[in-house]
Design a protein around this ligand. Sequence first.
Ligand code: UTP
Length: 418
Amino acid sequence: MEEDSFKEILKKYNQEHVLVAYERADEEKKKEIINQVKRIDFEQMKDLYDLTKKEIKFENSIIEPIQYLDSLKLTDEEKRKYIEKGEEIIKNEKLAVITMAGGQGTRLGHNGPKGTYDMGLESHKSLFELLVDDLKETKQKYGVAVPWYIMTSKENNSDTEKFFKEHNYFDYPKDSIRMFFKQGELPMLDEDGKLIIDETGKIKEAADGHGGIFGAIFKNGVLDDMKNKGIEWIFVGAVDNPLARMTDPLFIGFAAVNNYYTASKTIAKAYPEEKVGVFCKKDGKPYVIEYTELSKEQANQRNSDGELTYGEAHVLLNLFHISTLEKIKEVKLPYHCAHKKANYIDIDGNVIKPEKPNAYKFEAFIFDAFALLPEIGILKGVRENDFAPIKNAEGNDSPETARRLYIDFQNRKRDGVI
Ligand code: UTP
């Protein structure tokens, strides 16, 4: 792109402030800024900015409860059947795992990829190491090193790879850590719809949400690698839940025995107003409805067992059959916008570190893919055994709460209670 047309584009889309950053940049950075402008779909950015002004309405949709199976209500016979099937899948090397580690971890505020975070255990293990412990245990038990793929973002990919290398891949077989692959990204916008100049003097871009996984595994050859290895089932989980049991045979068997080509392990909402998305059916299709989208009545509604009708929280413990991933690899999911804090360089060249959210980030959500599927298997897990999220620096879902849950789980495991 010539400098002239670059300037014209910025003018056309009211983004001429980028030129100030451009003039300030050295030759190499100038080239990078031109490349960024070349890549940006400005029409799409206009639509995304409009999205920040829109209120999402659901009044024309039919929201209904969705069926699920409670793992605590399984008979011994059912449990045995599922576990046997899950173990067979693991032993036959049909399972792979993807950890989504492309997020920014803004709320936690840790300097570096979230997976490198030390949550303060005596062992000082990082989140990555706590996750790999689960894979190592499976290897010990079944003699199979489950292939592990790690989704990163442009922002954190090299730091992530470096961390693994420095820690000798946590003594997991290196060839089973198959790939670090980068998800896509989108520019962030300020509250006036302007592109943001980041601290390095370039246009600020950020990972395009965990829903970016479907396109990313396709574009980066992850799907092909899995196919070549004969993988059939793929567990997809978050990096910030040290209790994510990525190779749980019960969950895997539940999906396989019942022919659910997509399955999600949920946990019961702690209380009706908890700020989590829950499963439902929207217009007959599986859907995760945000807490903001549920009416007060719906949030408090209970079924005949006294359980919340809309109480199955989606907590990023998902399992896909490879055929599902094949089907949705090129689907474009909708974007949602999040209001976040983003450091930036102002027009006078000062670095500004805002105290409150100042920027919009656009993200696709993994669970929007569920609406593309005829059905999804939902297995209700147990909060204390499955979910210890680290989202905030303090308070709810913080290192302190996660540490407590993690230690308690390990103690119960040691005592043979689970
Ligand atoms: P969250 O949506 O909770 O975001 O991610 P986050 O990045 O960890 O934290 P905040 O919102 O900035 O404070 C849930 C999981 O999805 C991954 C995260 O790495 C985490 O494992 N994720 C999120 C991605 O891999 N890519 C994304 O673009 C967003």
